[in-house]
Design a binder for this molecule. Structure first.
Ligand code: CTP
Length: 367
């Protein structure tokens, strides 16, 4: 049996950037031979094994044929006669389809190295079209390598457009789309991911609320700003959706099955930006500020409120961040315990807390 390093590790090694995971392909072996060497099989019917010591993935060379639509229905064929080249041919991009022999020799039948040097993202073969997730992966690699000057070549853009117009994206389950979106939000240039999808017409299907040019531009601007900071996925997602009316942002987050913290921050940010947009240059009414603090549950979720304001600094409503911050700090100082000690109880206690908070907010917002 012959063992080769493949995929991202070869690509990143040649780019001179740190290698995260190493994946290996084994040619000329059987599952039995692997198990004899102490490898553990990952799934009963899938020819992937874990190394007994390193835990790294070793896959038997395989070919894949698609039978159904979308992400289902792949028939995997692996046998000792499957060649390395056949295995590389089923892969997505040429820069991901290089292999390195244990002795360091590069095996590169699809000219991945030349594409790496020319900073081109190019599909390996027509088999690219068998997996619609690759549209998102390609956009994500464009986002990751944008600072290095990489672009997607015209042929691959054309192939992805064909895939989209034949309805392939509709077969992706929300979980897989979210996984790619989440990763993309943390790539080096996350806005490039969404620009590519917009350009391809994929956003009309995946996030139609965002396809409108004005909202899209505003969302990208906010995302660009927040992604230059050490920000969370929820902040980046909320920034992206920040120009949407709140019901649409909430509905999209739910449909995409984004985690609760992402959905909630997006919802709150859209409520906030929508509400604040009425007060450009004007003072904020303290009553409404208090209602907003209640809605955001400032009292029990102060850390989330901080993330919310940090994200608001990346929107056109950023002028309100400082006053809101001061008002929040001041209102948080109200002590329910102290009011209890003064003898307030039940509904009266609630009213007293509210009045005290309102007084402090009014004072903090006073010019
Ligand atoms: N691959 C593919 N099509 C997919 C997923 C993966 O062709 N839909 C292939 C690519 O050759 C890829 C390899 O499987 O290089 C490993 O996939 P993965 O670990 O997801 O990506 P990496 O290229 O290693 O990138 P990352 O740095 O994001 O881990």
């Amino acid at each position: 049996m012959e063992i080769y390093l493949v995929g991202g590790a070869v690509r990143d090694g040649r780019l001179g950037i740190p290698v995260k995971d190493r994946d290996w392909v084994v040619v000329g072996a059987t599952p039995e031979a692997m198990k004899q060497k102490g490898f553990r099989q990952v799934g009963a019917n899938f020819p992937v094994f874990l190394h007994p010591k390193t835990g790294e993935e070793y896959a038997l060379a395989r070919t894949e044929r698609k039978q159904g639509r979308g992400y289902h229905g792949f028939t995997v064929y692996s046998a000792p006669d499957v060649t390395l080249e056949e295995d590389l041919k089923r892969r997505d991009l040429t820069i991901n389809a290089m292999a390195e022999h244990e002795d360091g020799t590069l095996v590169d039948p699809f000219n991945g190295l030349a594409d790496l040097e020319q900073k081109t993202l190019r599909h390996v073969s027509e088999a690219f079209a068998e997996d619609p997730l690759r549209i998102l992966r390609t956009a994500r690699f464009a986002a990751r390598f944008h600072p290095l000057g990489f672009t997607i070549c015209a042929d691959t853009m054309a192939l992805m457009r064909e895939m989209i117009s034949s309805g392939e994206l509709e077969h992706l389950v929300p979980e897989r789309v979210w996984q790619e979106v989440q990763r993309a939000l943390h790539e080096k240039s996350p806005t490039v991911f969404f620009k590519v999808l917009h350009d391809l017409g994929a956003l009309d299907i995946l996030m139609p609320e965002l396809a409108n040019t004005e909202r899209f531009e505003a969302g990208l601007q906010a995302l660009q700003c927040i992604s230059t900071q050490d920000s969370t996925t929820a902040q980046r997602f909320a920034a992206l959706l920040s120009a949407l009316p709140e019901p649409e942002a909430s509905a999209r987050a739910t449909a995409m099955k984004s985690p609760n913290d992402c959905r909630d921050l997006a919802r709150l940010l859209c409520l906030l930006t929508g509400w604040l947009s009425q007060y450009n240059g004007a003072d904020l009414p303290p009553e409404n500020v208090l209602d907003m603090f209640d809605q955001a549950d400032l009292w029990r979720r102060p850390e989330r409120f901080e993330l919310l304001l940090a994200t608001l600094t990346c929107t056109p409503q950023q002028q309100h961040v400082q006053p809101l911050k001061l008002a929040a700090e001041s209102a948080q100082g109200v002590s329910p315990q102290a009011l209890l000690k003064q003898g307030f109880k039940g509904k009266e206690l609630g009213n007293a807390i509210r009045n005290e908070r309102l007084a402090r907010i009014t004072q903090a917002l006073a010019p």
